[in-house]
Write a protein that binds this ligand. Structure first.
Ligand SMILES: [Mn+2]
Length: 356
């Protein structure tokens, strides 16, 4: 297994590449969506939480990430000894009507195919995505983790409707007419995913890219009045069964899976790693379950992370693990310190795994 680090868009700098390598990473997962543009939300060095209006403004609908831009990032990373394993998340500006089945769906499907082809050209093997109307909404931050470290969690469901012009917890049209999104059925949302996969996977396969679905975080049956897809561990199987393509893969988030009320995290790891469908793993820990849980330091939650690693090893998982989120540590570099702690833990755990 390989150690990686996730970096937000504004963190794609030489210094952060060096930080990642110094912490033992050989791989990076990069975010190209700017989650921190124009919103009332957490500081830029924490994961976004946002307000009822989401994290902030989506990107430029008319500007897709270019092959050159992707290759430049890969080259800068390679200069520091790192490989880009994945791009995590499409920009809502580029695919809102794919999720919403709106009038721009056809042209936005072309956007997504173009992006995946460009990843192929840059030799980035994975595109992570989260097929969700409400997105990662409804979480709060506070001094929830060990030693009053600032962390993220949920303290009750959020079902206020989503305003027009917003999807995936970001605003793509600030001038949308007043009003809110109509709720759709779970069946309708699954049909949209199936259609998306049916059109995308042949392209992804052709260019050697895996599409990796993140489960719904937080994993409730509805958030903001809209259905969710993967909100119990068993629902990941439904995604795999929708389309047999080897490019139909999972962005396997241990934290989100452990927040789910049904199932068992170790059985889920066994079930999905045995099928060789994990594109990469979000290796984080948590206490509690929806609608009341808190993210913890990696060694301090309810998941036995070493047991998870042993199962992954038994099933020959050879992909990348990244910390995903971690509590902020009290110092002048709260994000970096939190990540360095998680990376040190992961590095030690992987070394221990090799010696037993
Ligand atoms: Mn995750």
């Amino acid at each position: 297994m390989k150690l990686g680090l996730g970096l937000y868009r504004h963190m794609l700098t030489r210094d952060n590449f060096r930080f990642a390598r110094q912490a033992g990473a050989t791989h990076l997962v990069i975010h190209l969506v700017d989650y921190f543009k124009g919103g009332a939300h957490s500081p830029g060095d924490n994961q976004p939480t946002g307000s009822d209006r989401g994290w902030g403004l989506a990107g430029d609908p008319n500007r897709l990430w270019t092959t050159q831009e992707l290759k430049d990032i890969c080259r800068s990373a390679a200069e520091e000894g790192l490989k880009i394993e994945a791009v995590e998340n499409f920009d809502p500006a580029h695919w809102h009507d794919v999720i919403l089945d709106g009038p721009k769906r056809e042209s936005q499907m072309e956007n997504l195919k173009t992006i995946v082809r460009r990843l192929g050209e840059a030799e980035i093997p994975v595109m992570g995505y989260n097929f969700s109307i409400a997105g990662v909404a409804g979480r709060v931050s506070g001094p929830f983790a060990r030693g009053h470290a600032v962390s993220v969690g949920m303290e009750g469901p959020l079902d206020i409707p989503i305003p027009n012009g917003m999807v995936w917890n970001m605003v793509y049209d600030p001038d949308a007419p007043q009003g809110t999104l109509t709720s759709i059925s779970s069946q309708e949302l699954w049909q949209r995913l199936e259609r998306f996969l049916g059109e995308m996977l042949p392209v992804a396969e052709e260019v050697g890219v895996k599409l990796a679905l993140h489960p719904d975080d937080p994993p409730l049956p509805t958030v903001r009045g809209q259905p969710r897809l993967v909100w119990q561990p068993a629902l990941y199987q439904r995604v795999i069964d929708l389309n047999p393509s080897r490019s139909n893969a999972l962005e396997f988030c241990l934290g989100t899976l452990a927040e789910m009320v049904d199932g068992n995290i170790y059985e889920a790891v066994e079930q999905y790693s045995r099928q060789d469908r994990l594109a990469y793993v979000h290796f984080r820990n948590v206490r509690g379950k929806v609608p009341s849980y808190k993210e913890t330091f990696v060694d301090d939650g309810e998941i036995d992370m070493l047991r998870v690693l042993r199962i992954l090893k038994q099933n020959d998982y050879d992909g990348v693990l990244i910390p995903d989120h971690t509590p902020q540590m009290t110092c002048s570099a709260p994000w970096h310190a939190g990540m360095a702690f998680a990376m040190g833990y992961m590095r030690a755990a992987l070394q221990a795994l090799e010696t037993v």
